[in-house]
Design a protein around this ligand. Sequence first.
Ligand code: NAI
Length: 347
Amino acid sequence: MKVTVQELETLISNKLIKAGLNEEHANVVTDVLVHADARGYHSHGAMRVEYYAERIAKGGINNDPAIQFEKTGPSTALFEGDNGVGHYMAKKAMEEAVAVAKENGVAVVGVKNISHSGALSYFVEQAADEGLVGLSMCQSDPMVVPFGGAEPYYGTNPIAFAAPSSSGKKVIFDMATTVQAWGKVLHARSKNEEIPDDWAVDENGEPTTDPFNVKALVPIAGPKGYGLMMMVDILSGLLLGLESGNKVTSMYEDLTEHRKLGQLHLVINPEFFTSAEIFKENITNTMNELNQVKPRAGFDRVSYPGQRSEERAEKSEHIEIVDDVYEYLTSEAVHHNKYDHKDPFAK
Ligand code: NAI
């Protein structure tokens, strides 16, 4: 189903507001979700609205959070989200991080007690749009086997990075530390498609191609991805005094409860290390050089990270969303009680 960007925005924000979210927060969530869908990250787009609506309606997301921003040092700060909606909290915290990095060269901002914040590229782009380098990482539900394990311990703990160039384009690297994000399995479920055999494992820890038989995801590159997801959990969880590992709350556990998740933003001001203009020119050169690398058979070109998704977004006046999601968004229902106390891997 193809819809215009504007129609999708209206449908999403209306639904979130109907669920009880205030308009300002709903508009930011909408912006982050449409950002994801426009870039082809459908796993983090409109398909998440019904889950958010159910959690908002049941009180698991605080509609009137007492946000606090506390500088803890010249370049460090804590942003208390009071379990408000994660997208809004992560955006506001990045605005603070940008201001600190502009003044002091670097900012490390811990974002505490938030709900799911969606596609992290949105937040690191905020930094790059200001001529800064942005990094962000966050905790996520424990649904990944640690290397050598047969049961989940860590989340899909994503990491994102963005840097500005002199052309106005940005390099944007944004990935889950699993071979695939859980949302991609959900997307395969919603389209009734098989998944590749290296994405996930079944209840015996064996690879599976049936998205409905998935009992855990697997880290990228074995022990290396496992180490990265541990690093994300330590920096966005333990460092902020939050729960970690398999004690991180699950998305579908109890939708009346707050999730208390953590996220860490790190922003670097190139001016404190080199000339900002030369840095941006060098990023442009890097992008061009990567594009000029001879492609192997089957590839039209070598792209720099983020290039394909940004090109898709530039062209997307219309966005493809699955029919079921459109049906829900255009229905009168706030939600269908689908997610509460659901086994995260349930069919
Ligand atoms: P992905 O696998 O689609 O892309 C990963 C990276 O590879 C991107 O930077 C992309 O630009 C780059 N890439 C892809 N194809 C490329 C090509 N042909 N040439 C050059 N670069 C290429 O991303 P993934 O891991 O599926 O994550 C999707 C989204 O899910 C992200 O936005 C992530 O932040 C979000 N996420 C959020 C979570 C949360 O709890 N908030 C948890 C997990 C993921």
